[in-house]
Design a protein around this ligand. Structure first.
Ligand SMILES: NC(=O)c1ccc[n+]([C@@H]2O[C@H](COP(=O)([O-])OP(=O)(O)OC[C@H]3O[C@@H](n4cnc5c(N)ncnc54)[C@H](OP(=O)(O)O)[C@@H]3O)[C@@H](O)[C@H]2O)c1
Length: 399
């Protein structure tokens, strides 16, 4: 097959569409699933779960989930496919049709407002209207200027009942990075660090593998799977030679079926152009500075310049959720520029026992207690013997 030809692209896209549809069909119609959906909120929570399962594989598109409930109470599901694949609503409609079900009169639940413009795919609203759907339940409207309420307006103009805001808290929690990227023009930046309890990220000789446990490292692979790109500094590449791929996931991670699908495939190179969702669990890799040709992070994209310019450029390049995995110099610069949206720190029950190891953030920090940066703990949990702390910047009006 000629790599990169129009035929290769369309054949590969058709194959991954089929794989995705096979996966979705496995879940519906399912009497057990139907028994667990009693309300609009139940259906929307299920849609959020479906979207989370493809998070990290859909950029520059959002990770949307959709649930279609037919007039016979049969349930079909969809989630966004990797570009140039279908949007979640179309996958759910396709799953119903593949099973011989008629979507006319059905209710469609979707975490994000259906699109009304032609991008890589045709407008979802056209397919929804043509299918005769009677009611569309939307989690949140899409701030993308191409949509911004026009999807909802078009559905209502077609006399389809539309409800917006069902289970909105859960939807906002899931889609917050996408909404942030479209609203600010910057990716959602997650800084992940592994540190001793006294805050050291490497010993004085530069060694840091491993501060935390295998369980914590597998958990961090879940973060990589969730994000569509990862950034490290050249210092980290020189010291650790990381590959930054997704190799392990905790058993409960929503990406697990995709990882299993990748492991099951005989020849992982047989889709030459349009990669499948499973391939895309590995984030795009960016290095700040130069990466040696033989570094395990290759193939990677080298970037340089002030981070306040580099980070928005990554959004222009389609990055929605960016994981920064150190080191201390990058972490310090990003932090001082206010570019970090989520801090994930794994703390090991270990002490470096001095101040000569590498800190979490290098550079000149706050000079007085009044200038200390404050955040809000969003989550605190044990991962094996370690702690995982997730923190967001404090809201502007916090004390
Ligand atoms: N515990 C953890 O979670 C963790 C995570 C990662 C790393 N580490 C440890 O941290 C250490 C590495 O951290 P580090 O602070 O030394 O290095 P780093 O932050 O990974 O990288 C710093 C390097 O990035 C390049 N760079 C920085 N800003 C740049 C810019 N604006 N444009 C172009 N290039 C830029 C420079 O490379 P050049 O010098 O080539 O110009 C600079 O020396 C290692 O010991 C590693 O083991 C620990």
């Amino acid at each position: 097959m000629p790599s990169g030809s129009a035929q290769a692209i369309s054949e590969a896209a058709a194959r991954h569409a089929q794989q995705s549809e096979d996966m979705m069909r496995e879940a519906g119609p399912d009497p057990l699933l139907g028994a667990s959906i009693h309300s609009d909120e139940d259906a929307m929570h299920r849609a959020v779960h479906l979207g989370e399962g493809v998070r990290g594989t859909t950029a520059p598109n959002p990770w949307v989930g959709a649930v279609l409930v037919t007039v016979d109470d049969e349930i079909y599901e969809g989630a966004t496919e990797p570009p140039p694949g279908r949007h979640a609503e179309i996958v759910a409609l396709g799953a119903a049709r593949s099973a011989g079900a008629d979507p006319a009169g059905a209710t469609l639940y979707t975490t994000l407002e259906p699109c009304s413009h032609t991008g890589r795919t045709a407008p979802c609203i056209d397919a929804i209207i043509a299918a005769g759907i009677s009611r569309v339940v939307v989690g949140v409207t899409d701030p993308d200027p191409h949509v911004a309420g026009s999807g909802v307006d078009a559905l209502r103009a077609a006399r389809i009942e539309v409800d917006v805001g069902v289970a909105a808290d859960a939807v906002l929690l899931s889609l917050r990075p996408y909404l942030h990227q479209r609203q600010t023009g910057r990716p959602w930046v997650v800084l992940k660090l592994a540190a001793t309890l006294d805050g050291r990220t490497a010993a004085p000789d530069g060694t840091s593998q491993w501060i935390t446990s295998p369980e914590a490292r597998a958990d961090a692979h879940g973060l990589r799977a969730r994000c569509d790109a990862v950034l490290v500094g050249a210092g980290t590449v020189r010291a650790d030679d990381p590959s930054l791929t997704v190799r392990e996931l905790p058993p409960t991670d929503p990406h697990r079926p995709l990882l299993d699908m990748r492991e099951a495939r005989d020849d992982p190179t047989d889709v030459p152009f349009a990669r499948t969702a499973a391939d895309r669990l590995d984030p795009r890799r960016f290095v700040l500075g130069m990466a040696p040709a033989e570094a395990k992070v290759q193939p990677c994209i080298e970037v340089s310049g002030a981070l306040r310019s580099v980070v928005p450029r990554l959004a222009d390049d389609g990055v929605v959720e960016l994981l920064v995995e150190g080191g201390a110099n990058i972490a310090g610069e990003l932090h001082r520029d206010g570019l970090i949206d989520e801090y994930v720190v794994y703390l090991a029950p270990a002490l470096a026992g001095g101040d000569d190891g590498l800190p979490m953030q290098a550079g000149t920090g706050a000079q007085s207690i009044d200038d200390f940066w404050r955040g809000e703990i969003a989550d605190l949990g044990r991962v094996g013997p370690d702690l995982r702390i997730t923190m967001f910047p404090a809201a502007p009006d916090s004390p």
